[in-house]
Design a protein around this ligand. Sequence first.
Ligand SMILES: Nc1nc2c(ncn2[C@@H]2O[C@H](COP(=O)(O)OP(=O)(O)OP(=O)(O)O)[C@@H](O)[C@H]2O)c(=O)[nH]1
Ligand SMILES: [Mg+2]
Length: 347
Amino acid sequence: MEIISFYGQTPQIALDKAKEKFGDDALVIKTKLIPHSFGDKKQTYQVDIINYKSSSKNNELLNLKSEVSELLKKVDSLKTQLNKKSISKKSSNYNLLNILEKTGIEKEILSEILDESLRYIPQEIQRSPQKIEIFFYKLLGKLLKSKNELDFKVKKSLMLVGPTGVGKTTTIAKISAIASIIDYNYKVGIISLDNYRVGAIEQLSKYCKIMNLPMKSADDIESFDEIFRQMSDRDLILIDTAGSSPRDNQKIAQIQTFLQNNNQNITINLVLSANTKYADMLLAYEKFSTLDIESLIFTKLDETLNYGAIYSLIFKTEKPVSYFCIGQNVPDDIVKADGGFLIKKMR
Ligand SMILES: Nc1nc2c(ncn2[C@@H]2O[C@H](COP(=O)(O)OP(=O)(O)OP(=O)(O)O)[C@@H](O)[C@H]2O)c(=O)[nH]1
Ligand SMILES: [Mg+2]
C-alpha cells in the first residue's frame, strides 16, 4: 500500500492538494502538525493519504477502510477514557489501556501511535488482549529507527552535543574504542571544543592515551580548521563539545559558529540522558535542533525505567537513534540502538 503525503500551512490546504491530485479516491489516514524548527514561525501540516483506486488491491483497501473506521471508533472511546482522570480499568474493552499506561509513553503520543497502528491490527488479534500486547510491543520496536553512524564510505566527522553532564565525553571515548578497536579498524582522531569545564580536556586525553589516539583541543575557528588539516589522514574525527543548558543560547550559538565557519562535513548527534523528563528532553531537542541533528544518543539507561520518555521523543521528532549507553564503563557500556533492546526493557 502506498502512502502519499501532502503538506500545507493548514490541514485543509494539504487536503485540497491531495483532492486536486486524486479527487475522492484519496483516503485520508493521518493528519499531523510537523514541529517547526527553532526560530521558524511557520507551521506545516502533513496529510497522509492512500490513493485506493490506483492500487491493484482495491478490495483489500476497501476492507481496510471499513476496518479502520470501526477500530477508530473504539480508539475514540479509549481516548476519552484516557483523558478522564477516573479511568475504570475493568470497564475497558481491552486490557490495552493497562498495557499503554505501563509503557510510560505520553498520552498524547500514545493516541497518535494508536491511530497509526490500529490500521494494521488484523481482526483476529483485536479479540485477544495477549495478542494485542505482543502486537503493540512489536510495533513500538519497529517505530524506532536506528542509524549506524560508523557505517560510512567517505571520511567522516561526528560531533556530540547536548546538555551538561549527560555523558558526551564518556560516549566519545566509548565510540572511539568501537571505531578504532572493537568493531572497526578506522583511524580515529579526537577534537575537544570544551574549554569551559576544568579538567574536561584531561578527562578525554586520558582515554586517548590508553587507546593511542591523537587528540587536540580547539579554542577558536582558526585552530579548529588547523586541527582538521593535521588530522587529514584520519577516517573518523570525533568532536566533543561543552555541555550547555537548553536555556543557554550562547553556548549553542558558539557551536553553531564553529560549524558555519568550517567546510568539513560534520554529522551531529544529540546526547540526552534517559533519566530526564520528556518535557525537558523535548526542550533540549528544540534548542539544539538549530544545529541540524542527525541522530540521537540516549545515555544512563541503567539509571532509570523511564523508557516511555525516550519513546515519546523519538516518535515526536522522528529522528533515528545511534546508541544507547548503559553504564559508566568505557568501552563496554554502550549498545547499538535497536527497537528490540528498548522493548525488552519496557516489558
Ligand atoms: N550510569 C551511567 N553514567 C554515565 C553514563 N554515561 C556517562 N555517565 C557518567 O556521567 C557523568 C558525566 O559524564 P561526562 O561524559 O563527563 O558527561 P558530559 O556530557 O561530557 O559532561 P559535560 O562535558 O560537563 O557537559 C560521569 O560520571 C560518567 O561516568 C551511562 O550511560 N550510565
Ligand atoms: Mg564533557
